[in-house]
Design a protein around this ligand. Sequence first.
Ligand SMILES: [Zn+2]
Ligand SMILES: [Zn+2]
Length: 380
Amino acid sequence: MKKKGIQRFLSGLLGGFITLFSAALADPLPAHDLVFRTPNEDSEVLCDHDFCFWQMSEGELDEDVVWEVLMQPLTVLSGKQRDQVLVRARPEKDCMDYVGVVTCASQGVHVLRQERDWTLIEAYSSAEEGSKVQVWATRFQGYVETKLLQELPVDDEYGIVIDKLQQRLYVYKQGHLYSTLLCSTGFPREDTPFNETPAGEYGIVSWVGAFWAGSLYCDKALRINSGIMLHEVPCLISMDEATGKEIRDYTRCERYLGEKASHGCIRIQKEKTPEGINAEWLWKNLSRKPVTKVIIWDELGRQLGYPDEDYPLYYNPKGGKNYHSSPDCLLVNSKYRPMTAFTWGELEDTPYSKLTPCPGCAPQLRKEGIDTVNAKNARK
Ligand SMILES: [Zn+2]
Ligand SMILES: [Zn+2]
């Protein structure tokens, strides 16, 4: 165990004692992982870093640990934002045995063994529909030419964490969790395995703007991995015949926020969190240079448990159809704030059983909602 590892081990022990002594006073837990995994736990070759994304528990809640990883520079492969490198099984130019795909400029690679001509790296494959190498979103190790490696410094004010298990996007600000947003990552089906969003480390490399995906209008798109963007939850656009004004209808996709639903992009809530954060805020406030780092935790092999029965929720007894995570949710008229507390364990009782989760403040899901998330995440 390295020095840092020992420190972590000791503080873990100390934390364990504190947990024991304060068990009666502990805050109720939200829905959380039932098993903790690290991205590299099945890796063939391990790195010699003190600590990195690949050694971190997916679903990690410790702010210091998350921030340490968010602040580490990103090693990318040089090239254009839509270029992709096919990664070889052996360090040879004529090796046609490809093990995965890495997107240039934005996708971080995990450097394992760097030599003069070739470097052994690890990443989640970013193969797209129609790719020559049909490795979809899975972790692999292979060789790239060392001359392609390029280290990017990252922004030290904000960092983004996306958890594919929780289907939430966390905004970190200067070492602290600042706001929690609902998102939808890719939802692959048997005939569309390329729709899975690859996990890993990324940088936001381009403010793309709006685009159409079939009949859906996707606004405020930020490129993080070739065709994969962070963008506002899509809407349908129609024209009001009487006034000639444009009408944007978000209901079709908004109800899926908090579960897998997209073709690979990360859809982000349009409504504001209690901290005032939404897709538009990300578009306006994140750093272009140095790049804002985005880490994405894989959901493979993980399972979401239920919150503690006494986990707090809020509602407005005078009306409204939603339940909330915050007594001061911005989606509720200020005259009804702060709202009235109840608990997760009471959600199925009257009058709470008819309430729907608020699209602004990311409240804990019902038991049924957590079961849906786990079923959608059951990727082989
Ligand atoms: Zn490492
Ligand atoms: Zn709310």
